[in-house]
Design a protein. Structure first.
Length: 132
């Protein structure tokens, strides 16, 4: 039996706190629920999942994550409620400045599940997934 009871929040270091926050709030419709400009960090939520976003120190050499070479977050998979919502969000995501789409919605395995992969403007690799 597990000694823990689920994810409280996931902390992500981002290149540009405001840019990544805007992506989550304006594109995905999340809510910004906390901000500490002295750190700087903030928190965003979709009502179920909470992320804390931490601004990297750009005065230092910043290195983007390489999922094939670094230990750490490979990607964050976020669930959507319908195939139609996935298709709509895919268009919105692809049109957002600075987003790098890896692939648009496609079958996952033999389906009916579908997913898409992309990097938000700050470089965090995300997956939108409809469970079918």
């Amino acid at each position: 039996m597990a000694e823990t009871s689920g994810l409280n929040h996931l902390g992500l270091s981002v290149f540009d706190l405001d840019q990544t926050t805007a992506f989550f709030t304006r594109v995905l419709g999340w809510e910004e629920i906390a901000r500490d400009d002295s750190y700087p960090r903030n928190a965003v939520t979709d009502g179920s999942l909470r992320l804390t976003l931490w601004q990297v120190d750009r005065a230092q050499q910043v290195t983007g994550f390489d999922r094939r070479a670094n230990v750490g977050l490979h990607h964050l998979a976020i669930q959507v409620d319908s195939e139609q919502r996935l298709a709509e969000l895919a268009q919105k995501v692809a049109a957002w400045p600075g987003v790098e789409v890896e692939f648009m919605p496609e079958l996952l395995g033999d389906g009916p599940r579908k997913h898409m992969m992309f990097a938000e403007p700050g470089g965090i690799r995300l997956e939108l997934i409809w469970p079918g």
